[in-house]
Design a protein around this ligand. Sequence first.
Ligand SMILES: [Zn+2]
Length: 342
Amino acid sequence: MDQLLQQIEEYKKEITAYSSTDEKSVEEFRIKYLGTKGIVKAIMGEMKNVPNDRKKEFGQVLNEFKTFTEQKFESLKSQATDHRQSGSEIDLTLPGDPVPLGSRHPISLVKNKIISIFQRLGFAVAEGPEIEDDWHNFTALNLPEHHPARDMQDTFYIQQNPDWLLRTHTSNTQIREMEKGKLPIRVICPGRVYRNETVSARSHCFFHQVEGLYIDENVSFADLKQTLYFFVKEMYGEDVKVRFRPSYFPFTEPSAEMDVSCFICGGKGCRICKYSGWVEILGCGMVHPNVLENCKIDSDKYTGFAFGMGIERPALIKYDINDIRLFSENDVRFLRQFTSAV
Ligand SMILES: [Zn+2]
């Protein structure tokens, strides 16, 4: 009996000294001490040889020894787990998990191209709010209440305040730039605009525009034409022809629509240009004196030109897309096609 107690003390020393951080030797520890043929079991088997009057005393020692061994095993096991998680066994040569690359939206691609062309001509980018008041979206642009041209730009109104609406063009940004009173002004205004229109393959209740504004002394229609000629050559190539057609906008006078010879068929006539050989690209004109005066700019001293174009249409043509709704449906199968587009 005393010999047994001594043996247990020896084992406890041995167990205390046992150290390991790898899972294999932790398992060896378990088999050696706690396994079915292990030391703890073997000593328990000695119980039958202990005299009855000392069985209680020995039982306590035995239980304590068993708990001691189990606790050691648990601590060895958690040390091994910590060790593994700390990274010493991570294989740094394994290939990493692939990170899928996103791509620019086709609207952004076209918008960025337009912006970069005008930036080279010294135009700065200006942005304005999409929720606008009546003054900045209509009235200041020579579109007073009940003006018939407002019918062509029906939009959405904010319920709490009938004076607030979703802007129908980015011209509100031009008004805000002019109101700042710093001249000359040379800005382009990209952004999202809204119209109360039925959603179909060809039109949507929201779309994107880039507008431009140049105001200084002695700005003439010749400056407007040269600026837009440069833009067209950069955007659609050297061979593209340009024509201006007289038009009407309340905020410019004179006003024009600008067409370019169809860059798909080269002017021969195709589905894109509706067999006319020409594609309408933008509207433009000299800023109406009333607009300048509304923004407290002296219209006798300053003149300026403005232009505006949609982004969706050139993007539809450039990437041969047949439905404008695809731009806003967020279908990744559609968007993935532009991964390598420029
Ligand atoms: Zn064509």
